[in-house]
Design a binder for this molecule. Structure first.
Ligand SMILES: [Fe+2]
Ligand SMILES: [Fe+2]
Length: 251
């Protein structure tokens, strides 16, 4: 194994089974969940003593981040799936594409919640991409550009592995902050839908890693590539914008 890869990952995934690769991904997701729950943004959104307006503004800005990056993610992921080896069993390709079909309009879902919170659709659709949303879009486009299709599966794991847990943990707190049902469709939907997506992805990763030994390292890299820029940079950017507005209105 390349010594750089050993340094980046801290272990050699080449001899690991598909199930062992999945166990490793789950371990990393567990570490990230810990980090999230100790973060300033988590405290500001969920803690009983944070101002409800600030909490709502942060969630609104997180929706805006999703609106900004999601169309590029969909376009790049579908193209990256199309770069899978031609020997890939067609039913696995079907699962991958079917999953992205289910994700296709989730940027629009986030936009509807954003607008229900008082945000402007015109602004959200035409605003320049924030640096954090740009870096997320760029990571998915780079996987496609470098034809790193196995890494795609690992990179997807934080989206599907973190979202159902975080939305489940946050949704009651958000209602406690005065958020109405019509502003929580993205949160409510993902707290259940992504449990199934995570299950499907675990199965998919285990099968692909067993079938293609060369995929194991790339899957682990994909996870780390995405974790380097998601979720904290996007959520911190959302918090920053919300704080600026909150301080202005409080002044
Ligand atoms: Fe989604
Ligand atoms: Fe999903």
């Amino acid at each position: 194994m390349n010594s750089g890869a050993l340094q980046d990952l801290g272990f050699d995934p080449r001899a690991m089974s598909g199930d062992e690769i999945v166990q490793h991904l789950d371990l990393r997701i567990g570490q990230v969940l810990e980090q999230i729950q100790h973060s300033e943004v988590w405290r500001a959104v969920t803690s009983a003593d944070s101002p409800p307006e600030l909490s709502r503004e942060i969630v609104k800005e997180i929706y805006l981040e999703i609106v900004m990056y999601q169309p590029d993610v969909i376009e790049a992921t579908i193209a990256t799936i199309a770069q899978m080896p031609r020997s890939l069993p067609v039913e696995l390709l079907d699962d991958m594409l079917h999953h992205q079909i289910e994700e296709f309009d989730h940027g629009e879902m986030a936009l509807r919640d954003y607008v229900a919170m008082g945000g402007s659709e015109e602004y959200a659709r035409n605003r320049p991409m924030s640096p954090s949303a740009f870096s997320i879009a760029a990571m998915w486009r780079m996987l496609c550009h470098s034809r790193d299709s196995f890494a795609y599966l690992g990179a997807l794991y934080p989206f599907e592995g973190i979202t159902p847990i975080i939305t489940e943990k946050a949704k009651d707190a958000l209602r406690g902050k005065g958020m109405q049902d019509e502003t929580l469709s993205y949160v409510d939907f993902h707290s259940t839908e992504d449990k199934e997506h995570a299950r499907m992805l675990r199965e998919l990763i285990a099968k692909v890693a067993d079938l293609y030994p060369e995929a194991r390292e790339r899957i682990c890299y994909g996870l780390e590539y995405f974790l380097a820029i998601y979720p904290m940079p996007a959520w911190n950017a959302a918090m920053q914008r919300a704080m600026e507005r909150h301080l202005k209105t409080a002044a």
